[in-house]
Design a binder for this molecule. Structure first.
Ligand code: IPM
Ligand code: MG
Length: 357
């Protein structure tokens, strides 16, 4: 039987409970499709700070590097809000993305037909549905640029730097262009080239990669402010959106909400190899941790992405996604609950997806 080594970072807040359900679903999929998972647990974020004093212990990096892939819950919480910036739980998350070289973050925003009513956008605007893939650059830009404090004209100031190199833009552009193969063949590159020099370079490089390597793909460019507006005005115009780290962070939250709940959206972070890091795009929701209210579906769908992109188990991934769809027709967690549906807890939702599988 095929065996995969999976590093598991449960993280903080609702992290442990949602990851537990994703693991149950992975095990069930393994039974059905003939593979077995071996899990290696490691610390990341606030729980790592509590245990080791650091948000990303070296041991965690080693475990993730040795694994076929990594599954992550979420990190952070009010408990660690007062720790210095370079030791915050979020720093652990950025650190693991960097340490594993995961420069491409795929964030698909889709509406499950069953959830149409949960979207805050009117049905006539959604039209045939929403199927946008945000390809977010993940190890560059302002998240990793030089930052600090200094005195300017005698007053205290702080600065962060947005910088992109040509190779960084080329490789993320290629990921986006490659992604259209099974899609609608449209890439929209989002920047702020009317103001930012880094965006002007971004636009020029994306344009060149397109001309030289992907002339068959339809490419457009859009300013980020316009994109934020277009996403709620006419989301159907988008297929693949490729953008920088910080714009991708913001636009993917927006796109996710169109789909009904941020509790539904999965993500994959990929580098140049097969291994990746898979996590829901939502945070650790400390306010509902331990109450059973968390929605495990984004994590379950992230596990499906892991099967598809890192482990070559596309059939199992399809089966999980179909199972989620079937369960949504009858049962919902609190965040997506509507009249007439059975309301279920995090654990019940996991069990129902296993059953449907
Ligand atoms: C995300 C999150 C992170 C990010 C935070 C927690 C550092 O918002 O994955 O979108 O900004 O990348
Ligand atoms: Mg974010």
């Amino acid at each position: 039987m095929k065996e995969y080594q999976i590093a598991v970072l449960k993280g903080d807040g609702i992290g442990p409970e949602i990851v537990e359900e994703a693991i149950r679903v992975l095990d069930k999929a393994g039974e059905k499709f003939g593979f077995q998972m071996k899990y290696q647990y490691a610390l990341l974020g606030g729980c790592a700070i509590d245990e080791t004093g650091m948000p990303l212990p070296q041991e965690t990096v080693a475990i993730c590097k040795a694994a076929d892939s990594t599954l992550l819950g979420a990190v952070g919480g009010p408990k660690w809000d007062t720790v210095p910036g370079d030791r915050r739980p979020e720093k652990g998350l950025l650190g693991i993305r960097e340490a594993l070289g995961l420069f491409a973050n795929l964030r698909p925003a889709v509406i499950f037909p069953e959830l149409r009513g949960a979207s805050p956008i009117r049905p006539e605007i959604i039209g045939d549905g929403l199927d946008v893939l945000v390809v977010r650059e993940l190890t560059g830009g302002i998240y990793f640029g030089e930052r600090g404090r200094r005195t300017v004209n005698g007053v205290e100031a702080a600065y962060d730097t947005e910088q992109y190199t040509v190779p960084e833009i080329e490789r993320i552009a290629r990921v986006a262009f490659d992604m259209v193969k099974k899609r609608k063949h449209r890439v929209c590159s989002v920047d702020k080239a009317n103001v930012l020099e880094s965006s002007r370079l971004w636009r020029a490089v994306v344009t060149r990669v397109h001309e030289e390597e992907y002339p068959d793909v339809e490419l457009s460019h859009m300013y980020v402010d316009n994109c934020a507006m277009q996403l709620v005005r006419n989301p159907g115009q988008f297929d693949v959106i490729v953008t920088s780290n910080i714009f991708g962070d913001i636009l993917s939250d927006e796109a996710s909400m169109i789909s009904g709940s941020i509790g539904m959206l999965a993500s994959a972070s990929l580098g140049s190899g097969k291994a990746g890091l898979y996590e829901p795009i939502h945070g650790s929701a400390p306010d509902i941790a331990g109450t059973g209210k968390a929605n495990p579906l984004a994590t379950i769908l992230s596990a499906a992405m892991m099967l598809r992109y890192s482990l070559g188990e596309a059939e199992a991934a399809d089966a999980i996604e179909a199972a989620v769809s079937r369960v949504l027709a009858q049962a919902r967690t609190a965040d997506i609950w509507t009249e007439g549906m059975r309301q279920v807890s995090c654990a019940e939702m996991g069990a129902l997806v296993c059953e449907a599988l």
